[in-house]
Design a protein around this ligand. Structure first.
Ligand code: FMN
Ligand code: SF4
Ligand code: SF4
Length: 259
């Protein structure tokens, strides 16, 4: 049995969670990084293998470009483990959205986890997460998944129940108004231009962001060696304060299984 580890992680926390779960699953493994693979190739995953599908949550859904990219994955009643990584507000309908998208592609979702991570736009929210207790929860999750994978006959004809509104509308999320741009310390190295999954940064002047394309993912902020890029402005500062107050309570990871 081989593990196919698919993730999109502009700020790195989703990859951290995916790695923690994948390491604990301890299977032969292929990684598919959907941030660096600008046009992911069609991937057929046989029924004896397993898909680990880990996504950051944007507005209660998975990023639109990732939802569209699920079309490249093809299963044959292949087991899938799904992971929603979110910044301490909520994951809303993301788990049922992932289930629906992957079922359409021939997968059977056998387990789902919602795990906490530092908020990628407002890093004061859920700062330092995933923490040691989150990592222990992910390791336990992986151990339970190992047990499920060994007992295919017990879940073959079952369906997992997940929280969320089945009448969800993923197109309702129109993005956030905060878009990073560069400051005068930019050296023009171009690293942000290459990493941007939306082609939103001008190669001629990387300080400039096309706000109509940018999805606020933060990959450019993370990669910049000069720390020249960030979200700016009074509206951003104000929103950050209110948001941190609203999302101050410590949320715990949640896990769901097919049996
Ligand atoms: C555009 C955008 C929208 C977000 N919406 C939510 C949300 O609805 N709920 C939430 O709890 N966190 C939200 N977050 C925070 C991310 O889900 C969270 O920080 C995640 O860990 C980012 O993953 P990464 O580090 O792999 O990029 C949002 C982040 C971005 C960039
Ligand atoms: S990564 Fe930073 S320094 Fe390099 S071009 Fe982008 S903003 Fe400028
Ligand atoms: S410009 Fe926007 S879309 Fe591109 S990497 Fe930066 S935050 Fe992400």
């Amino acid at each position: 049995m081989k593990l196919h580890n698919v993730y999109f992680s502009p700020k790195g926390t989703t990859k951290l969670c995916a790695d923690c779960i994948a390491d604990s699953l301890d299977l032969e493994r292929s990684d598919y990084d959907w941030l660096t693979a600008k046009e992911p190739e069609k991937t057929e995953i046989p029924s004896e293998d397993v898909l680990l599908f880990s996504m950051p949550i944007y507005g209660g859904y998975i990023p639109k470009l990732c939802a569209e990219r699920t079309a490249v994955l093809k299963g044959s009643r292949t087991p899938a483990i799904i992971t929603a990584v979110y910044g301490n507000r909520h994951y809303d309908n993301a788990l049922i959205q992932m289930k629906e998208l992957l079922e359409k592609q021939g997968f059977v979702v056998i387990a789902a986890g919602a795990f906490l991570a530092e908020h990628s736009i407002f890093p004061a929210v859920a700062a330092g997460r995933p923490d040691e207790s989150d990592k222990a929860a992910m390791e336990n999750f992986a151990q339970t998944c190992r047990g499920l994978l060994a007992k295919r006959e017990q879940w073959e004809n079952r369906e997992i129940e997940l929280p969320g509104n089945p009448d969800y509308d993923a197109s309702a999320f129109k993005g956030v108004p905060f878009k990073p741009d560069g400051d005068e310390t930019c050296t023009g190295c171009g690293a942000c231009v290459s990493v941007c999954p939306r082609g939103a940064i001008s190669r001629e002047n990387p300080r400039v962001t096309d706000e109509t394309l940018c999805i606020s993912c933060g990959a450019c902020i993370r990669i910049c060696p000069e720390k020249a890029r960030d979200y700016h402005g009074e509206a951003y500062q104000m929103a950050g304060k209110g948001f941190a107050e609203k999302c101050a309570a410590y949320r715990n990871p949640e896990t769901f299984y097919i049996i």
